[in-house]
Write a protein that binds this ligand. Structure first.
Ligand SMILES: [Zn+2]
Length: 245
């Protein structure tokens, strides 16, 4: 139900929470008591703060399924103690099986970077890795958005390049390197297409070089989304909810 324009957004959100908790508790009386006993998420999600990319919702998962760090433009910086602490806790303590870095279309950080100029304050410093990517791929990005064309394709491409750069940082992280070697932790680079609601696997990280498996099939309990290099499978029968192969 849409938010009535005259109603305070916070009051609406609080009443919505009451309704949601009531519905979930009615649907499954054990849900919240079980949730309160602890977490064992299989997925660490690194994504953008954008309000249109709520990871648990767009994955079709539930509270307890996804450990999360989100920031503006899903930038993975090795010296960012916030990102690094989340990664270390998720990988070494929670023992997640998948690390998913997800960019998205229509990202404001990518659009601002392509537009040039200054955003203001600390944001220009935060977005500097995107600016460096833009300079490194200026020719390709200009071609995509050139000749008076709209910036959508270039913005999406910069978001992809940003995921690639983030995956390189993740694959160089010693905590992740150890977990990949010792217990087969998987690292995935993905892009969420807001206009369709679909997540595309970019075939990066531990999935790199495996290529698109044409003709790959799964059981009737999963939905298959074919990306450029790989296939994303949403399982419905397990707590993890998702398997990337
Ligand atoms: Zn964004």
């Amino acid at each position: 139900m849409p938010t009535p324009p005259q109603q305070d957004a916070f009051a609406y959100a609080m009443s919505s929470n009451q309704a949601w908790a009531g519905y979930k508790g009615h649907q499954n009386p054990e849900f919240f008591p079980k949730l309160a006993t602890g977490q064992k998420p299989a997925i660490l999600w690194l994504g953008c703060s954008d309000s249109r990319c709520p990871e648990t919702t767009i994955l079709g998962l539930q509270p307890g399924d996804v450990f999360v760090h989100r920031n503006i433009a899903n930038i993975v910086s090795p010296t960012d103690i916030n990102t690094s602490a989340v990664i270390e806790y998720a990988v070494t303590q929670l023992q997640v099986k998948h690390v998913v870095l997800c960019g998205h279309t229509s990202c404001g950080g990518a659009a601002a970077t392509l537009a040039g100029g200054r955003v203001g304050g600390v944001l220009d410093l935060w977005l500097s890795p995107l600016r460096a990517l833009r300079h490194a791929h200026e020719e390709e990005l200009t071609a995509l958005g050139g000749a008076g064309g709209d910036k959508t394709a270039a913005t999406t491409r910069l978001a992809e390049l940003n995921v690639e750069a983030g995956i390189r940082v993740l694959m160089a992280n010693p905590v992740i390197q150890d977990a990949v070697a010792e217990r087969g932790l998987q690292v995935h680079g993905t892009l969420f297409d807001i206009a369709s609601g679909r997540i595309r696997d970019l075939g990066l990280g531990t999935n790199k070089g495996k290529g698109l498996r044409s003709g790959h099939s799964v059981g009737s309990d999963g939905e298959v989304v074919r990306g450029r290099y790989a296939t994303l499978v949403f399982q419905t029968d397990g707590a993890a909810g998702m398997q990337v192969c």
